[in-house]
Write a protein that binds this ligand. Structure first.
Ligand SMILES: Nc1ncnc2c1ncn2[C@@H]1O[C@H](COP(=O)(O)OP(=O)(O)OP(=O)(O)O)[C@@H](O)[C@H]1O
Length: 241
């Protein structure tokens, strides 16, 4: 059993409102370093809302976040520095106008990496992800599943310290799902921290190191996989698809 001890991100007493409606009321949330962290909960329980806050995309909340023990300052320049260490893969992939190669290389371009190095890294990653045949295509010319693979490549190209993934498997076939499950597991073994929102039974039963279960904007269970599964939460069919 893996030793899960170091937290890389922590959220303390976070609340979030949309208008008058309170959608998050979290006492504490911990993201464990070098671990496969899963976030579970039924539709509307607040998972994506929490992911947007932890990945520093949404700063309209009350409470505080800590990165490696230090309180995160909400100043834009500070947030940008940290955001550059994170990547997010969304449930609905969004590609920009241009070729697939340009889409995958964009985060490196924004980080002012030289074009020949961008080309080399894009080619290598595309080959690893078995999407080299898509590189010259226009972003409007590919299927939903292919778009999701490209958005995964765009997230991985910067070799993020933390990878946030919001249910990426909707558009993927069985084999592609297996492929990415193996890939994400390897990335964690190599030192990446992953936070994955999922309803997928296989990922819950076999891939998770640490599981947090949300209900109505609150964390109701938070523990290592074995202890959570011992509580038999999977009987709640709103958690798994
Ligand atoms: N932009 C928004 N404006 C108003 N309410 C919102 C907005 N985004 C989310 N909500 C509400 O916040 C609550 C939490 O939504 P969230 O998307 O975080 O849930 P979730 O657990 O990710 O759900 P799902 O499994 O369906 O993706 C829901 O009640 C939702 O209706």
């Amino acid at each position: 059993m893996k030793n899960i001890t170091e937290t890389v991100l922590e959220a303390e007493r976070i609340t979030k409102h949309y208008g008058d409606e309170q959608v998050l009321d979290l006492d504490h949330f911990k993201l464990y370093e070098n671990a496969f962290n899963l976030l579970l909960g039924s539709n509307g329980s607040g998972k994506t809302t929490l992911l947007r806050i932890l990945s520093l995309i949404d700063k309209e909340y009350e409470g505080q976040l800590r990165y490696r023990g230090e309180v995160i300052n909400k100043q834009e320049s500070e947030l940008l520095k940290l955001r550059r260490r994170f990547s997010v893969i969304w449930q609905e992939p969004y590609l920009y106008n241009g070729t697939i190669a340009e889409n995958i290389g964009l985060p490196l371009k924004l980080r002012k990496v030289a074009q020949n190095e961008i080309n080399n890294r894009v080619n290598k990653l595309a080959s690893n992800l078995k999407i080299s045949h898509l590189l010259k295509k226009d972003s409007k010319e590919i299927s939903g599943g292919e778009k999701q693979k490209v958005s995964i490549a765009r997230a991985l190209i910067v070799e993020p310290e933390i990878l946030f993934i919001d249910e990426p498997t909707t558009h993927l076939d069985y084999k592609s799902n297996q492929f990415f499950n193996e890939l994400f597991t390897e990335l964690v073994a190599e030192g990446m921290t992953i936070l994955l929102i999922t309803h997928d039974l296989y990922q819950i039963k076999y891939l998770a190191d640490y599981i947090t279960l949300m209900e109505s904007g609150e964390v109701v269970i938070s523990d290592i996989r074995k202890k959570v599964l011992d509580k038999d939460i999977l009987g709640n069919n709103n958690i798994i698809s």
